[in-house]
Design a protein around this ligand. Structure first.
Ligand code: FRU
Length: 514
């Protein structure tokens, strides 16, 4: 019974302790190649998606545009035994060995944004860089209406990265048919604004005929814009990414610092959704290529406004979520209090039941003890009665035995009363016992020794004869076994305080004839 109470309390306790929300069970290693506005957006999108995938926990590390460092970080993720790896490789070839190691260690690998060489990965989600490049080329071709000759400076990202390669290839492919478009100069700025500013500075000097700049991302486009302005050059500038928010491409277009941008979606939400499907063993799309579109001065404003609204909505959503979490916390607190109360009540009930059981048990024990005591008293009483009866019957028995013994003894003495030779030895033989046995028994029954008893009986018999017959003292003495009359007389006097002769006279006053 007690076990049952404890089990119930244990179940209550455990269910009280179990968390309301789903605990993260999957650790996802996220290896970002760098840290900038675009990556921050992607990371935010991934984090937000976890609201719908609470079983996942992200560990984000960024490699500061260093492929070697990224490999080290991926290897540490492998050692830590992450459940899945999301990687945005800094450079396709350089990061390939680490990605392969993770894949071969059995860790599902989701490659995001930039591709990696080889096919040792589980899924890919990212923009179509060739399409981005083609959009660049298309825009350049379209500039023929504005410029007689479109003389382009190209500012490239990190050469070993797939966006740099793809965007350049796409652009070249698209401008092939546009005779007025010429790439007059190009420089590498590794995706950075300041590098782009510096590179553009020198390229503008080198190519005074240049009137257009295409940068492979908006950061570099804005760096190029600074350089152009500094050099007093009115340039048409295109970037890539088209993200909203401070420092992003949309703002730059609205503010007139750059002209256009090709969108390059980050879609961290999709990355997480794909990862969740992989972990759940559900079907997923292995290669997801995201679309691109051109944003110009006309579309930038509504996009910016739309993005503001979106941001506001996201903020509202987060405020609501916070509120819900707060409510959830309150609910959790109340739940704990209720469980605590239930456990407390359970404990009180349990203690009450145990106390009642103890009380009942004591009562039962007391009653049983009383019954036993009564029984015992009765038994004792019976025992005492039996003992008394036994003692009585024993005493009677003994008395009877003693009486019987004395009767027999006296009979034996009587039979041989006249025999002066009757002694203790003979009497013992007659009674079938030893001399000492006879002595002890006679002594106990009469307080006399057998010799004294014989003499006592002889003398009493003599008294009887003297008083009831006409026999002389001498005759009586012989009759009762005294061989000497003198001795008889002496003993008689000792016994009765009177001589036999006097006794005889006193008791039988003789007739004169007699
Ligand atoms: C950010 C970034 C973006 C670019 C992308 C390509 O690190 O440079 O600006 O579009 O990477 O992977």
């Amino acid at each position: 019974m007690k076990h049952l109470y404890f089990s119930l309390l244990l179940i209550l306790f455990l269910s009280a302790c179990s968390k309301r929300a789903e605990e993260p069970v999957y650790v996802i290693g996220v290896s970002q190649c760098s840290d900038d506005a675009w990556r921050t957006k992607m990371n935010q999108e991934m984090e937000r998606e976890l609201i719908f995938q609470p079983q996942m926990q992200l560990h984000i590390r960024q490699a500061m545009d260093n492929s070697e460092l990224q490999c080290v970080q991926i290897d540490s993720f492998i050692r830590e035994g992450v459940d899945l790896l999301i990687v945005s490789p800094n450079e396709a070839e350089e990061v390939k060995p680490a990605v392969t190691r993770a894949f071969e260690a059995g860790i599902p690998v989701v490659v995001a944004d930039r591709r990696v060489s080889g096919d040792k990965w589980t899924a890919f989600i990212g923009g179509d860089n060739v399409a981005v490049g083609q959009l660049m080329g298309e825009w350049l071709c379209g500039l023929q209406e504005e410029f007689e000759e479109v003389n382009v400076i190209e500012i490239c990202g990190l050469p070993g990265s797939t966006p740099a390669v793809g965007r350049h290839a796409g652009m070249m492919d698209r401008i092939r048919g546009c005779k007025h478009v010429h790439i007059v100069g190009s420089g590498m700025a590794s995706w950075f604004k300041l590098d782009a500013e510096r590179v553009t500075d020198s390229l503008l000097l080198l190519y005074p005929e240049a009137n257009v700049i295409v940068a492979q991302n908006d950061q570099m486009a804005q760096g190029a814009s600074v350089a152009a302005r500094k050099n007093g050059r009115k340039m048409k500038i295109m970037g890539v990414d088209g993200i909203s928010g401070p420092g992003g491409g949309i703002d730059a277009i609205v503010e007139g610092r750059i002209d256009v941008s090709a969108t390059y979606p980050s879609r961290g939400d999709m990355v997480i959704q794909t990862a969740a499907k992989i972990l759940a063993g559900e079907p997923f799309v292995r290669d997801t290529v995201l679309q691109t579109a051109l944003i110009d001065a006309q579309s930038a404003k509504p996009i910016m406004l739309q993005a503001d609204i979106m941001d506001h909505e996201i903020e509202t959503f987060y405020a609501l979520q916070n509120k819900m979490l707060h409510l959830g916390d309150e609910y959790e607190m109340q739940r704990i209090i209720i469980y605590g109360l239930v456990i407390l009540v359970g404990l009180i009930v349990m203690i009450a039941v145990i106390l009642f059981q103890v009380y009942e048990y004591r009562q039962r024990v007391r009653k049983e003890r009383e019954i036993n005591e009564t029984k015992l008293a009765k038994q004792q009483h019976q025992l005492e009665k039996i003992t008394a009866e036994l003692a009585l019957s024993r005493a009677q028995q003994q008395h009877f035995t003693e009486e019987h013994f004395m009767q027999r003894l006296e009979e034996q003495i009587d039979l041989r009363l006249s025999d002066p030779m009757l002694d203790v030895e003979k009497l013992a033989v007659e009674m079938g016992m030893s001399r000492t046995g006879l002595y002890r028994k006679v002594k106990a029954a009469t307080g006399q020794s057998p010799v004294e008893l014989i003499r006592h009986i002889r003398l009493h018999k003599a008294q009887q004869l003297l008083r009831s017959t006409d026999a002389t003292v001498q005759q009586v003495a012989y009759e009762v076994g005294f061989s000497a009359a003198n001795y008889f007389a002496k003993c008689y006097k000792e016994e009765f305080g009177i001589s036999p002769t006097e006794d005889c006279k006193k008791s039988q006053p003789r007739t004169p004839n007699a």
